[in-house]
Design a protein around this ligand. Structure first.
Ligand SMILES: Cc1cc2nc3c(=O)[nH]c(=O)nc-3n(C[C@H](O)[C@H](O)[C@H](O)COP(=O)(O)OP(=O)(O)OC[C@H]3O[C@@H](n4cnc5c(N)ncnc54)[C@H](O)[C@@H]3O)c2cc1C
Ligand SMILES: NC(=O)c1ccc[n+]([C@@H]2O[C@H](COP(=O)([O-])OP(=O)(O)OC[C@H]3O[C@@H](n4cnc5c(N)ncnc54)[C@H](O)[C@@H]3O)[C@@H](O)[C@H]2O)c1
Length: 435
């Protein structure tokens, strides 16, 4: 008999989502090398949105100036950080305790595969029937001279004091979200992106509108700007770029994330990987029969998000328990950038629709005069609606203060059966806790 029926490597949203349902019927071990809870609650979605709470409130208050509200709220960074830390400091212990209470064994270590059924853990050989790899991703380092001076989103989300001048490198989710937090909190912010298409999965019109909002609050968004070197002098930094030099007190590299594969010894046991992560089939099995991979560490088309990691964890638990033999079927997956306003989309994307004009139409709606947006004086609220040939709404993208709520409503409409995936973190993504 094996020591365990399932061993899960990584205790983030994916790893915990597979471990809990298995625990009722199996001997389960979860191994975590760093912080139990993983990226999202410790150094990702949750702390970011704790900081965003004050930022969002200030932005909403600004919109209402002259409409019954006067006096601008001020951000106090150390207090905001204390608010965030009061939450994050509880996560690792709380997560580990939760797993233990469910009967799951936990070990703090980084295991190595010996064969498809054996791992070296804390100096011992441990055997198991199934292994689930849920090791997530880590920031990609810049490949330029002085790259060591650049910090990451993890550092930004734990700053004691807000530096005066911050440069964000990269035009993806992380840069757009954190640049907005930094600017509204009072920093002078520059965001540089190497081509003309930041946030490229989102509709260009809405990204342009978001950049206009960011420019209006003082963020310098520099497109077609490639960093070439980072120099340090007396604790200050100069980012040399293809478009001139930028002086900064802090440089954040957010040019993407790479899968956590090092040290696992995957190639020796025949688990195939590529630059995006571990290759899996439509049952989330790797190239080795009893070894699965879930969450951000997987190489797949679907976006790397917390609710997707949780969905995959729940699916693999069902597979291992024999409650399903069907391939995984993803419902529509909503995505949101929490910026000056929220940029959100779900269903058939506007980019897909524009590329297939014989199949889809795209309608642009200025919704500022609609009651919902007029009530909160949302100055640039807009939506793009994708319809199929039968005039059914099959996709929506929106930029507004309440685009998160709108997008989750469309999730319900576009997911008539099965388990929906709601954008995280939102009230809709809490729905399962009521069950
Ligand atoms: C700044 C930021 C903001 C984000 N905001 C959002 C958001 O608003 N909404 C959203 O949906 N998603 C967001 N994400 C993405 C989200 O955090 C991830 O999609 C999610 O955490 C993936 O879960 P996971 O379990 O696959 O990986 P992770 O959460 O990364 O967990 C993997 C765990 O495995 C551990 N591990 C790695 N290697 C080993 C090893 N060899 N041995 C043992 N343990 C190991 C790691 O320490 C980690 O704890 C954000 C990410 C970042 C960085
Ligand atoms: N709200 C959310 O759901 C949310 C928030 C944050 C992160 N995330 C997740 O985390 C992942 C990682 O986020 P990210 O922002 O680090 O990555 P990303 O892949 O979203 O964006 C990185 C960007 O940097 C650009 N880039 C690459 N090299 C560059 C260079 N040398 N100079 C300038 N720009 C360069 C890329 O073209 C890309 O647009 C996201 O893809 C997403 O899955 C989600």
């Amino acid at each position: 008999m094996s020591d365990y029926q399932t061993i899960v490597i990584g205790a983030g949203p994916a790893g915990t989502a597979v471990a809990y349902p298995l625990a009722a019927k199996q001997r389960v071990l979860v191994i975590e090398r760093d912080l139990f809870g993983g990226t999202c609650p410790n150094r990702g979605c949750d702390p970011k949105k704790m900081l965003y709470s004050a930022i969002e409130t200030k932005l909403l208050a600004n919109h209402m100036q002259g409409f019954g509200l006067s006096g601008e709220p001020q951000i106090n960074w150390p207090d905001l950080m204390a608010f965030k830390r009061a939450y994050t400091s509880q996560i690792p212990v709380g997560t580990q305790r939760g797993l233990t209470s469910a009967g799951i064994t936990t070990i703090h270590d980084a295991p190595t595969f010996i064969d498809a059924h054996t791992l070296q853990i804390a100096g011992e050989k441990v055997t198991t029937d199934n292994i689930v790899i849920a090791t997530g991703q880590t920031p990609r380092a810049l490949d330029i001279s002085g790259h060591q001076w650049a910090k990451t989103s993890t550092d930004f989300l734990d700053l004691d004091q807000l530096p005066n001048r911050i440069t964000f490198i990269g035009g993806g989710y992380i840069s757009f979200e954190l640049a907005n937090i930094a600017a509204v909190a009072g920093a002078k912010v520059t965001l540089i992106h190497h081509n003309d298409r930041p946030l490229k999965a989102f509709p260009q019109d809405l990204v342009d509108a978001l950049i206009n909002q960011m420019t209006a609050i003082g963020i310098d968004v520099k497109l077609e700007t490639t960093p070439t070197e980072i120099q340090q002098s007396s604790g200050h930094f100069t980012v040399q770029t293809s478009n001139g030099a930028i002086e900064s007190d802090l440089v954040i590299n957010a040019t993407g994330r790479i899968p956590n594969l090092a040290g696992l010894n995957l190639s020796d046991i025949g688990v195939l990987t590529d630059e995006h992560g571990i290759q899996v089939n439509d049952h989330l099995k790797t190239t080795v029969e009893n070894v699965y991979a879930i969450g951000d560490v997987v190489s797949r088309r679907e976006p790397k998000l917390t609710p997707v990691a949780g969905f995959e964890g729940a699916y693999v638990a069902q597979s291992i328990l024999g409650s399903t033999t069907a391939p995984i079927h993803y419902p529509v997956i909503p995505t949101i950038v929490f910026g000056t306003e929220k940029l959100a989309q779900v269903g058939v994307s506007v980019n897909t629709a524009l590329a297939q004009p014989d199949v889809y139409t795209v309608e642009h709606l200025d919704v500022t005069h609609w009651y919902t947006y007029n009530r909160i004086k949302d100055p640039t609220a807009q939506a793009l609606v994708v319809k199929d040939a039968a005039h059914n709404v099959v996709g929506i993208a929106s930029l507004s203060s309440v685009a998160d709520e709108l997008i989750n409503t469309f999730v319900d409409q576009l997911t008539p059966t099965g388990s929906p995936i709601y954008a995280y973190p939102t009230p809709a993504s809490d729905l399962s806790y009521f069950a």
